[in-house]
Design a protein around this ligand. Structure first.
Ligand code: NDP
Length: 384
């Protein structure tokens, strides 16, 4: 049976992994919409290859380029925020939400409102919108499947069990490329060093988040919304080999873990095939070759991000959206060479201390808080 699929963020790292899996089962999928921000040539190539109904660039200034690359093809070209939301709301059996940052929030919400299945990679959207997004998922009867490897692991470990029996959920963290660096070394870390993740091949933003440990903090907030067992039951452990992707401990003392290669095609395949399974080209785990799996507690003196994220989750309301916006601006500034690595979390903490708006109740509130927080974060940058 053919299923329809939309990929928001098709030109990114998660988009590429998804498309790799689709190519291997081409006859099973009909592609509705593919989107990008401005990589028009890449998007057009994918749209032509996969015979997509519509291709959208979020940045409208890139639409002429997309049109020209798509000329003569069957695919409709569109551009701008409205077109992105319209494409996301076209009925698709499954939507892969893989735009980076809060920019993915509105189209992801548009897809959620169709009441089908969303495979969510775009953690910043859930972190920022929190209850607004989970309420929409309930209201529209949408199935939300986690793509993030940790949450996908937890989702698998929870299958068939009740939250009532969960004693704790542990998110594993590789610790990123700087896990053994001193504070002095961290202060001099460069963008090129930060995006070189030891285990995973990912987009620039999430790679920096892994280096600061904001990624794990954002994942803690994400887990808080996806698996409502209470923040006090959510833990983080550093596991440098990234073989165990996360674990759930039950009241009887059993701990279930999900293991797999550090390849996003595994959790993406789990979402594409859910509740069944599909083949992937990933090499099987060779535990004897791995030799050992090690664990250690996170060091919040060197990496304060997880502490800040837990505080924002505890505060609730607008705090996670403010934290996320501040982090997005700080990461962009770091990547552009305008902010030292160790100032990322300092700036986010300052922003959280200065801007505490009322809790959002609707999508527009989240978008307004995000925009205001970004403006204030930019002002803080000018003071650095
Ligand atoms: P990439 O940077 O590789 O790709 C991002 C995608 O989003 C691209 O298609 C990009 O288009 C598009 N995009 C960027 N900015 C905008 C915008 N303003 N409006 C609309 N589209 C935009 O990111 P990743 O694939 O690494 O990550 C995507 C999401 O998945 C993130 O939230 C990340 O945290 C999460 N994730 C990623 C993992 C990974 O392994 N990469 C693992 C787990 C979660 P263009 O190419 O035109 O710029």
């Amino acid at each position: 049976m053919t299923r329809t699929i939309t990929i928001l963020g098709a030109t990114g790292s998660v988009g590429a992994s998804t498309i790799d899996l689709i190519r291997r089962e081409r006859d099973k999928w009909r592609v509705m919409a593919l989107t990008a921000n401005c990589q028009a040539a890449e998007l057009a190539e994918l749209a032509k290859e996969l015979n997509a109904e519509v291709a959208v660039v979020a940045d409208e200034s890139c639409l002429p380029a997309l049109r020209s690359h798509l000329s003569g093809s069957q695919t409709l070209a569109a551009g701008g925020a409205g077109a992105l939301n319209e494409a996301a709301s076209r009925p698709a059996d499954i939507t892969i939400a893989a735009i980076v940052g809060c920019a993915g929030l509105a189209p992801t919400m548009a897809a959620i409102e169709q009441g089908k299945t969303i495979a969510l990679a775009n953690k910043e959207a859930l972190v920022s919108a929190g209850e607004v997004m989970t309420a929409a998922v309930s209201k529209y009867g949408t199935t939300l499947l986690p793509v993030d490897s940790e949450h996908n692991a937890i989702f698998q470990c929870l299958a068939g069990n009740s939250y009532d029996h969960v004693r704790s959920i542990t998110l594993t963290a590789s610790g990123g490329p700087f896990r053994d660096w001193t504070l002095e070394q961290l202060a001099a870390a460069t963008p090129a060093q930060a995006v070189k993740h030891p285990n995973w091949d990912m987009g620039a933003k999430i790679s920096v988040d892994s280096a600061t440990m904001f990624n794990k903090g954002l994942e803690l907030i994400e887990a808080h919304h996806l698996f409502p067992v209470g923040l006090d039951k959510l833990r983080i452990v550093v596991h440098p080999q990234s073989v165990i992707h996360s674990m759930v401990e039950y009241r009887d003392g059993s701990t279930l873990a999900q293991l797999g290669p550090s390849d996003m095609r595994v959790p993406i395949a789990s979402c594409l095939a859910w509740p069944s399974r599909m083949d992937t080209p990933c090499a099987p785990l060779d535990l004897a070759a791995l030799g050992e799996l090690t664990f250690r507690a996170p060091d919040e003196d060197r990496f304060p991000a997880t502490r800040l994220c837990r505080l924002a989750a505890e505060a609730g309301g607008a705090a996670p959206a403010v934290l996320n916006a501040g982090n997005e601006i700080a990461v962009a500034a770091f990547l552009a060479g305008h902010l030292p690595f160790t100032r990322i979390s300092v700036m986010v903490e300052e922003l959280l201390g200065r801007y505490a708006p009322a809790a959002p109740v609707a999508l527009d509130d989240v978008i307004a808080i995000d925009a205001e927080a970004r403006g204030r974060a930019r002002q803080l940058l000018e003071l650095v």
